[in-house]
Design a protein around this ligand. Structure first.
Ligand code: ZN
Length: 185
């Protein structure tokens, strides 16, 4: 497995629409393994392939992530608990009731905002082995799935904010990137 670089806003690639996967083969499984390792290292609870620059309809999640009993002092230490792999995910139905979570994103570092989304969604997808599966997700899992599926359409959570709020965040991130560039030796 190998760590991949996570792209951050503003980056045009993050705005690309991801393409349907034709076959779940060894190469795709390797991509999913690398994505998982990258996500755990970040650490994060979800990642879409486009966030590591691969425009394929693949997302991974692990929302049962931190195990504090095994990692005493190191906050960044994460234990593989419940990795979930979704290839070609499609929403079959969504709830008309919404719930609100404070969302962040590995591609929008250090920024958080309350986002309202349907509190339940029924999806179909292919699993790690290419088997067709269905899942009814609720609560935080439903939010995470919808957040990651947005990435496949080139949508980031900041797109749901007011123009002003969004432009402030993008400005901040652009500045951060410029400063990062400056200290690269
Ligand atoms: Zn994200």
């Amino acid at each position: 497995m190998a760590l991949k670089q996570i792209l951050t806003e503003p980056d045009k690639i993050l705005r690309e629409k991801s393409l349907k996967v034709n076959q779940v083969d060894e190469d795709l499984q390797k991509l999913m393994d690398d994505m998982l390792e990258t996500m755990y290292a970040a650490p994060g609870i979800g990642l879409a392939a486009i966030q590591v620059g691969v425009p394929k309809r693949v997302i991974i999640l692990d929302i049962g992530l931190r195990d504090k009993s095994e990692s005493t002092n190191d906050e960044k230490q994460v234990t593989r608990k419940n990795p979930m792999y979704f290839v070609n995910p499609e929403i079959i139905t969504k709830s008309t009731n919404n719930s609100t979570y404070e969302e962040g994103c590995l591609s929008v570092p250090g920024q958080f905002a309350e986002i309202e989304r349907p509190d339940k969604c029924h999806i179909k997808y292919l699993d790690y082995y290419g088997q067709p599966k269905e899942l009814v997700a609720e609560g935080m899992l439903a939010t995470c799935i919808q957040h990651e599926m947005d990435h496949l359409e080139g949508i980031l959570f900041i797109d749901y904010l007011s123009k002003l709020k969004k432009s402030m965040i993008v400005k901040k991130l652009t500045k951060q990137k410029e400063q990062l560039d400056r200290i690269v030796i």
